[in-house]
Design a protein around this ligand. Structure first.
Ligand code: KG4
Ligand code: ZN
Length: 342
């Protein structure tokens, strides 16, 4: 096998057109073109997202190649997100990736988006001492689409130990932010407004959910009812208390998540834990996670923020790891919307 493989990763499962080039597990370039138009609709409109991917992909690919200072003929394989995600946007990425693979006469590698979030921990930082989570480890995978506790036995051997029974944690962030009048996607804004807030000002209650599963729809309704009640007495209540409301909601979410992580470590006897997914960019969750790791003396693996939210580098590293294991795909693959298994 060639020593320093170069793989391109193409991500188009939702509203970010992301392309990255990876060489020898190090990122050469990581381009993201965000679709801001969805803000005005309060959520992602699949058809608009697909049309914009179609327009942006070629731009993102060209930029990624030029930033990496390579020639396209040096690329060894094309990896792309096959699912889960929005079918229209995924189809655009799939057609592009298949054409690129045919045009350059190089192998095609399909990537499971959720698995890629987890495997982003294996991206190498150039000229640094790298530490990676040893197998087996647990991963709290929190994004807009998923809320999972995963036992990672090997790169492509993963087991779901717990998941959400209703809304994902990203959904909870976005919906609570919307109740507070913030625009889409609300997660980062809620994080931002929390900076000057007190998490102790308002106390929301935690749902009681068995085992390693989660539930977030009750919390969202709780916040909604609380706000509506307060607004009846003072129509400026949210405006006056925005930071405290954000900090309080964010804090309870972090507590819910970390309680389950602790439970999972005790249940499995595995104390190495990683965070992954867009919501792992959240500062309060990261703070709780670091404290938890200190208290329990467990390892903690936090993704760099740029590799927490959707990105092409996580797709490229997953493709590269597949290439290293000689796992290739045919041209007959078709995108899927829901996570089946790993
Ligand atoms: O992983 P991701 O980029 O896309 C999916 O695979 O879903 O995650 C997107 C989710 C959105 O719900 C967004 O609001 C949330 O991650 N998010 C955050 C933060 N950054 C992104 N939530 C809370 N705090 C953040 N800093
Ligand atoms: Zn994602």
């Amino acid at each position: 096998m060639k020593k320093k493989l170069i793989v391109i990763g193409i991500e188009s499962s939702c509203d970010d057109t992301a392309v990255s080039l990876i060489k020898n597990r190090c990122v050469l370039s990581n381009v993201i073109i965000r679709q801001k138009i969805h803000k005005q609709y309060g959520g992602v409109v699949p058809e608009i997202a697909a049309r914009l991917h179609e327009r942006s992909l070629i731009i993102a690919v060209n930029k990624a190649i030029s930033y990496a200072r390579i020639n396209k003929n040096q690329i060894d394989a094309v990896s792309f997100t096959l699912g889960p995600g929005l079918i229209g946007p995924l189809l655009v990425g799939a057609s592009f990736a298949k054409s690129l693979s045919m045009g350059l006469k190089i192998p095609l590698l399909t990537v499971n988006h959720v698995q890629a979030h987890i495997l982003s921990h294996f991206i190498k930082k150039a000229n640094m001492n790298n530490t990676y989570p040893e197998f087996p480890f647990l991963c709290l995978m929190i994004s807009g689409g998923h809320t999972l506790i995963v036992r990672v036995n090997d790169f492509f051997q993963m087991e779901i130990l717990g998941s959400t029974l209703d809304d994902s944690v990203g959904d909870a962030f976005d919906k609570i932010a919307r109740i507070l009048g913030l625009s889409y996607p609300g997660g980062p804004l809620l994080d931002h407004f929390s900076i000057n807030g007190s998490s102790k000002k308002f106390r929301f209650s935690k749902p009681s959910v068995k085992g390693l599963n989660f539930s977030f729809s009750g919390l969202k309704s709780q916040v909604l009812q609380f706000i509506n009640k307060k607004l009846q007495k003072d129509s400026f209540f949210v405006k006056k208390n925005l930071s405290d409301l954000c900090a309080s909601a964010q804090n309870i979410i972090a507590e819910i998540l970390l309680e389950k992580v602790l439970k999972a470590t005790l249940k499995t006897g595995i104390f190495r834990v990683a965070l992954a997914g867009g919501v792992s960019a959240n500062n309060e969750i990261r703070r709780h996670f670091i404290l938890f790791a200190k208290k329990t003396k467990t390892g903690n693996f936090l993704p760099k923020k740029e590799y927490a939210t959707d990105n092409g580098a996580m797709i490229a590293i997953t493709g590269l790891l597949k290439y290293e294991k000689n796992i290739f795909d045919s041209m007959n693959v078709t995108p899927y919307s829901k996570l089946k298994t790993f």
